[in-house]
Design a binder for this molecule. Structure first.
Ligand SMILES: [Fe+2]
Length: 291
C-alpha cells in the first residue's frame, strides 16, 4: 500500500503530556510521535507547543473518543474538534479503536467490546464512512484488547476487520500486544490471527506493555490487562517479528501511558523494535540471496 512519504517504517513513541516540553526542547531520537488529540482539545498552551513539534517531527493522531462502535452514532461535535486539530497538524495517520465508549451522550472511560456479526458490521462501517468523510483521508482502525466475547458472534475479529476494510476502504492499525493478550485471554492462537489480517491494509503497528492479574477464585488463572504500564514482553516481541514477516516493514509505535518512565526509556523500547525490524528485513535478504 502507499504510505505517506513521511511515514518511514521506523519505530516511534507515544508523546504524553509529561514529556511535551522536553520533546519540544530537543528533537527526539525516534522515527515519529503519536498523540491523543483528547489531551490537546481543551489545552491551548499544550496545543501551541504541539504545533511547534509538528513542524519538526512526523506525528500520528490516535483518537480515544471517536466511538465507531456506539450504536447511537459517532459524537459529531467531538469528531469536528478532532478534524480541526488534524487539519492543523497534518499527521501521517489518524487512528482509533474498534470499540465503543459513548452511549446517549455519556462518555465512558473505557474501550468496550462489540459483537462481531453482520448487523454490527453494517453499523460500524457506516460510522467509519462518516469519520473518513469528515477527515478526508483513510481512518486506521485498531484491534481491541479483549477480555470477554459474545455468544452470538458469527465471525472472528480478524474476519470482521477484513470485511470492514472491504466495505469502507479504511486501513488497519494492528496492535500486536492486543493480539497477544486477547489470544491468551480468549484462548486462540495469536499467530493465526496475524495470518488472517489482510497485509496490504495494515498501515501501522502498536506495541504496549501488559500486566498479568489473578482472576477471582470462581474463574481461576490470570488475565492479561492492556495496562500500557510496562516494557514490551518477550512473547510480544516474537509475535511482532512474525507480524513484520507477514505485513512487511511498518511504522511501529511504543505505547506507554501509565507509570510513565523517562522519555529516554521509551526510546530504548523503540530501538529494540527497530533492531527486530532490521533482523526480519535481513532474513528476507538472506532468503532472496539463497534462491
Ligand atoms: Fe494500541
Amino acid at each position: 500500500m502507499q504510505l505517506d512519504a513521511r511515514a518511514a517504517p521506523r519505530a516511534g513513541v507515544g508523546l504524553r503530556l509529561p514529556h511535551l516540553l522536553e520533546v519540544a526542547a530537543a528533537a527526539p531520537r525516534v522515527g515519529w510521535l503519536e498523540i491523543h488529540p483528547e489531551n490537546f482539545l481543551a489545552n491551548p498552551h499544550a496545543r501551541e507547543v504541539l504545533l511547534d513539534i509538528a513542524s519538526r517531527s512526523a506525528l500520528s493522531v490516535h483518537t480515544v473518543g471517536i466511538s465507531v462502535g456506539s450504536a447511537d452514532g459517532v459524537d459529531r461535535e467531538h469528531l469536528s474538534r478532532v478534524v480541526a486539530l488534524v487539519d492543523e497538524l497534518d499527521p501521517i495517520f489518524v487512528s482509533g479503536h474498534l470499540a465503543w465508549s459513548t452511549h446517549r451522550g455519556r462518555f465512558l472511560n473505557d474501550l468496550l467490546p462489540i459483537p462481531y456479526d453482520d448487523e454490527v458490521l453494517r453499523v460500524v462501517a457506516a460510522h467509519v464512512d462518516e469519520v473518513q468523510d469528515a477527515l478526508g483521508r483513510p481512518y486506521l482502525i485498531e484491534n481491541p484488547a479483549s477480555y470477554v466475547g459474545f455468544d452470538g458472534a458469527t465471525m472472528t475479529e480478524a474476519e470482521f476487520l477484513s470485511e470492514l476494510v472491504e466495505r469502507t476502504g479504511c486501513r488497519l492499525l494492528c496492535d500486536v500486544s492486543n493480539v497477544y493478550l486477547s489470544a491468551v485471554n480468549m484462548g486462540y492462537d495469536p499467530y493465526d490471527y496475524i495470518g488472517a489480517l489482510p497485509p496490504a491494509a495494515v498501515a501501522e503497528l502498536h506495541l504496549g506493555g501488559y500486566t498479568p492479574e489473578a482472576q477471582d477464585d470462581r474463574l481461576g488463572g490470570e488475565v492479561l490487562i492492556d495496562s500500557h504500564a510496562k516494557p514490551i514482553a518477550e512473547p510480544v516481541w516474537a509475535l511482532y517479528a512474525q507480524a513484520l514477516r507477514r505485513f512487511g516493514a511498518r511504522p511501529t509505535l511504543i505505547e506507554w501511558d501509565a507509570d510513565l518512565p523517562a522519555f529516554e526509556r521509551l526510546t530504548q523500547e523503540a530501538a529494540i523494535a527497530d533492531e527486530i525490524a532490521a533482523a526480519v528485513s535481513s532474513e528476507g535478504y538472506s532468503r532472496a540471496a539463497a534462491r
